[in-house]
Design a protein around this ligand. Structure first.
Ligand code: GLA
Ligand code: GLA
Length: 681
C-alpha cells in the first residue's frame, strides 16, 4: 500500500478528517530533564503545535553501546505526545554517529580533499559511501521501524537529517572506490571516460580504472569534468543512502510516508534535489534566511523552487527559525511580523506544514543561542506569543491546506549541472554566481508584480508564456532542441550570458558562443568580456551593468537589437537581442544587469509575451502574489514585502482569516502582513 497524501498523513489524534496545516518543530526531549516533558506538551498545545520532529540526533541515547538499546525514554515521550494529540515525524536518528561507533570504526570518518580526517566532536561525521557506517545506520533504522511500527503517534519517517549538510564531499578511499563504480556505470569503457574527461590534456589518460581518484588536492586546477562528475557522484552517493534507509522503512512500515529534509536555500548546492524529489513520499525543506537586500526574495525563491520540486503538490517546511540563528557572522533577530510573514510565505508556495528548529531553546551545546519556539525567556515572552498567534492563524487558514500551487505564466529555469559547472575554477571570471543571477531575475519579477515558477530543468515548459534561463551553462543537444521547439511553438525564451556554452561533459560547443543556442538566439560571440571588480558599463536607456560583457554579433535578419552598449570596449555593439523563432522568440542578455536593471528591462520581454501583472497597480512591487488552488477554490496569498501598509483595490474574494481589513473599506495589507483571499470559480 502506498502512503496517503501529505495533508492526510500529518493529522494528529482527534482530527475529524478536514484539511489543516501541520505546525511544530524539532523536539529534543532527550536534551532535557524528564520533569519538563509534561510542560512541553502543555505549552505545545497552547501554541497550536500539531506535530514534532523527534529523535533527530538521538543515536547515542537510543543505542548507548554497540550491543545495548534504550527505547524506554522514547516510548514514554511518544506516548505523552500522542496523549496530547501531537503527531510525530520520527527520525531514523542516524544523522550523528555516537562515540562508540567512531572509536571502534574510525574508517567511517570523512576525509577532506587535503587528506585530513574529519573528526567527531560536532555531528554528521560519516562517509556516505562507508559500508561500515551503512550497516550500523541501517541496523538502527530497522530497530526504530520495528519498535514504532503501529505506534499511533507515528505520522511520518524523517530520514537522517539534512543529508549532505556537512559531509557531501568525502575524498576517502571508500569514496574513491564508489566513484569508480559510479564512473563505470556512466561511461562503460575507459575510452569513453578518457574522451569525456578530455584526458588528452596534461597527460591524464587513464589505462586502468584503479588509477582514477576523487579530485583530491592537486598541483594546479584539477580536471573540470572530473570535478563535475565528482559533484554528480557525491549527490548520488547521499541519495543512495537515502534510498537504503527508505527501503528498510518501507519494508517494515509500508503505509507510513517517508521524507528527508532538503536544504533548498542560499548557496547550499551540493545536492541535486531535482534528482532526489522522486525518492521521498513528500518533499520537505529547511530554510534559513540570508541577511541582505534580497533576503525575503531569496526565501520566496527557495519556497517556490521547493514547491516545484514537489511537482506543485503540498510540501513540508521542516525547519526555519522563529528569530535569530547562531551560525552566521552576525545573527539578527527577526523584526516584528517577520516570524509570521516568513512562515506564511512558505505556505503561499505550497507548504502544508510549518515547523521550526526547534521547540525549546537549548541551555547547553553549540546551538544555545539559536532561537526556538519556546525561548530562554520562557512562555511569558513576545516570541512565544507570536508563536501562539501563528498557530491560530494557521487554524484559520485551514481551508487552503492541501491545495496545490497554481502554475504561473513565467518559468525561471534552475539547473544544478549549470550551477556546478558555471562556477568551476579556470573560467573567464571567478566572480560569477549562478544562483545570484537567477535570484536577480526573480526579484525583478517580484518588482513588476508578475508571478513566476522556479522550475528544475526537465519540467515541461509548454504551459509557460515565457521561460527565463539564467546562466544555463550546460546545454546538452537534447536541451537545445527542446528550447528551440519551445520557442518555435510560441514560447518566449530569455537566456543570459554564459549560457549554452558546454555540453554535458563540460566540452565547449565550437564555432562561436553560445554554441548550443547560437542558431536559436541568432547571435555569435567570438570572445567573452568579463569585467574587473567594481567596473560598470552603460547600455541604452540608462542601464548599467557589471561582471560580464560579450562581443555580440547579430547573425540572423530576424534578430533585433533591443539595447546596445553605450560605453566600454563594446560600445555600439548589441547588449540585449531578440530573435523571432517560429511562433515565439529567443532573447539574449549579455551582461549582468542586477535587480534594478532587470526590473527596468523586464517589461520589454513581458509585453512582447503578452504577460501582465495580476495585481492592482499600486501593489506591484510591494506585494507578492502566490496562488494555491483545488477544484474550484483559489487561494490568493498576498504578502506585503514592505514595512508600509499597501492598499489592494479591486481584488475580490473572502478574506481568510478575517481581520486585516475594515469590512467595508478597500482591503489594506498591513506592513509585513500576509492575507489570503478565497475565490470560488
Ligand atoms: C604556463 C604553462 C602552460 C599553460 C600556461 C597558461 O605557461 O606552461 O602549460 O598552463 O601557463 O597560462
Ligand atoms: C539545520 C539543522 C538543525 C539545526 C539548524 C540550525 O537546519 O538541521 O539541526 O542545526 O540547522 O539553524
Amino acid at each position: 500500500m502506498r502512503p496517503a497524501p501529505l495533508s492526510q498523513s500529518l493529522r494528529g489524534r482527534g482530527d475529524n478528517g478536514s484539511p489543516r496545516f501541520a505546525y511544530g518543530a524539532d523536539y529534543n526531549p532527550d536534551q532535557w530533564p524528564r520533569q519538563v516533558w509534561e510542560e512541553d506538551v502543555a505549552l505545545m498545545r497552547q501554541a497550536g503545535v500539531t506535530i514534532v520532529n523527534l529523535a533527530v540526533f538521538s543515536w547515542a541515547r537510543i543505542q548507548p553501546t554497540a550491543g545495548t538499546w534504550d527505547f524506554g525514554w522514547l516510548d514514554e515521550i511518544m506516548d505523552l505526545l500522542h496523549d496530547g494529540g501531537i503527531a510525530v515525524d520520527l527520525a531514523t536518528a542516524t544523522a550523528s554517529p555516537p562515540p562508540w561507533l567512531t572509536t571502534a570504526h574510525p574508517e567511517i570518518l570523512p576525509v577532506t580533499d587535503h587528506g585530513e580526517t574529519v573528526w567527531p566532536g560536532a555531528r554528521q561525521h560519516w562517509r556516505p559511501t562507508s559500508p561500515v557506517f551503512r550497516e550500523h545506520a541501517l541496523r538502527l533504522t530497522r530497530a526504530m521501524a520495528e519498535r514504532y511500527a503501529g505506534h499511533p503517534a507515528l505520522a511520518a519517517w524523517h530520514i537522517s537529517n539534512e543529508l549532505g549538510c556537512h559531509n557531501v564531499y568525502d575524498y576517502s578511499d571508500d569514496a574513491a572506490r564508489a566513484f569508480r563504480t559510479w564512473l563505470r556505470r556512466r561511461y562503460t569503457t575507459l575510452d569513453q571516460l578518457n574522451h569525456a574527461w578530455g584526458t588528452a590534456f596534461w597527460s591524464q589518460g587513464y589505462s586502468d580504472w584503479e588509477q582514477i581518484l576523487p579530485p583530491r588536492l592537486a598541483a594546479s586546477h584539477p580536471n573540470p569534468t572530473q570535478q563535475l562528475d565528482f559533484k554528480r557522484f557525491s549527490s548520488d552517493a547521499l541519495r543512495d543512502h537515502l534510498r537504503a534507509e527508505r527501503d528498510v522503512l518501507r519494508a517494515v512500515t509500508p503505509d507510513v510516508p517517508i521524507t528527508t529534509n532538503f536544504m533548498v536555500m542560499g548557496e547550499t548546492k551540493g545536492m541535486n534535489y531535482a534528482d532526489w524529489a522522486a525518492e521521498v513520499d513528500f518533499v520537505s525543506n529547511d530554510h534559513y534566511r540570508t541577511p541582505g537586500p534580497q533576503s525575503l526574495d531569496e526565501l520566496s525563491f527557495s519556497a517556490n523552487l521547493t514547491g516545484n520540486l514537489a511537482g506543485g503538490r503540498p510540501w513540508y517546511l521542516m525547519e526555519h527559525s522563529t528569530s535569530a540563528v547562531n551560525w552566521q557572522p552576525v545573527n539578527l533577530a527577526k523584526r516584528a511580523g517577520e516570524l509570521a510573514r516568513d512562515s506564511l510565505l512558505h505556505v503561499a508556495h505550497g507548504a502544508d506544514a510549518v515547523c521550526f528548529f526547534q521547540w525549546r531553546q537549548s541551555a547547553a551545546g553549540a546551538e544555545k543561542y539559536h532561537s526556538a519556539m519556546l525561548p530562554h525567556a520562557g512562555p511569558d515572552s513576545d516570541l512565544f506569543r507570536s508563536v501562539t498567534c501563528l498557530g491560530d492563524t494557521l487554524r484559520h487558514l485551514a481551508p487552503a491546506a492541501g491545495a496545490s500551487r497554481e502554475a504561473a505564466p513565467v518559468a525561471v529555469l534552475f539547473d544544478w549541472d549549470s550551477w556546478w559547472a558555471s562556477e568551476l575554477d579556470s573560467h573567464p571570471t571567478s566572480r560569477l554566481r549562478y544562483r545570484q543571477e537567477a535570484l536577480d531575475w526573480y526579484t525583478a519579477l517580484l518588482n513588476v508584480g508578475v508571478r513566476a515558477d522556479v522550475v528544475p530543468t526537465g519540467t515541461p515548459l509548454d504551459g509557460y508564456r515565457m521561460v527565463i534561463a539564467p546562466v544555463l551553462h550546460v546545454v546538452p543537444a537534447t536541451l537545445a532542441k527542446e528550447l528551440t521547439r519551445y520557442a518555435e511553438n510560441g514560447g518566449h525564451l530569455v537566456a543570459t550570458y554564459f549560457s549554452g556554452i558546454v555540453d554535458e561533459n563540460d566540452h565547449v560547443w565550437l564555432g562561436g558562443y553560445p554554441g548550443a543556442l547560437r542558431d536559436l538566439l541568432g547571435i555569435r560571440i567570438e570572445e567573452f568580456g568579463p569585467l574587473p571588480d567594481g567596473e560598470r558599463v552603460t547600455l541604452d536607456g540608462g542601464l548599467t551593468a557589471s561582471l560580464w560583457t560579450d562581443r555580440v554579433t547579430a547573425t540572423d535578419p530576424a534578430t533585433e537589437v533591443l539595447a546596445r552598449y553605450t560605453g566600454g570596449e563594446h560600445a555600439g555593439r548589441p547588449a540585449v537581442t531578440r530573435r523571432t523563432s517560429g511562433q515565439g522568440s529567443a532573447a539574449y542578455v549579455s551582461t549582468r544587469l542586477g535587480p534594478t536593471g532587470l526590473t527596468a528591462l523586464l517589461p520589454t520581454f513581458l509585453d512582447h509575451a503578452g504577460i501582465r501583472s495580476e495585481l492592482p497597480e499600486q501593489a506591484r512591487g510591494h506585494v507578492e502574489l502566490a496562488v494555491r488552488s483545488r477544484d474550484g477554490d483559489r487561494y490568493l496569498f498576498l504578502v506585503n514585502r514592505t514595512d508600509e501598509p499597501v492598499p489592494l483595490p479591486g481584488l475580490t474574494g473572502d478574506v481568510l482569516p478575517p481581520g486585516p481589513a475594515d469590512e467595508d473599506g478597500p482591503l489594506v495589507l498591513a506592513p509585513r502582513a500576509v492575507t489570503v483571499l478565497h475565490q470560488r470559480t
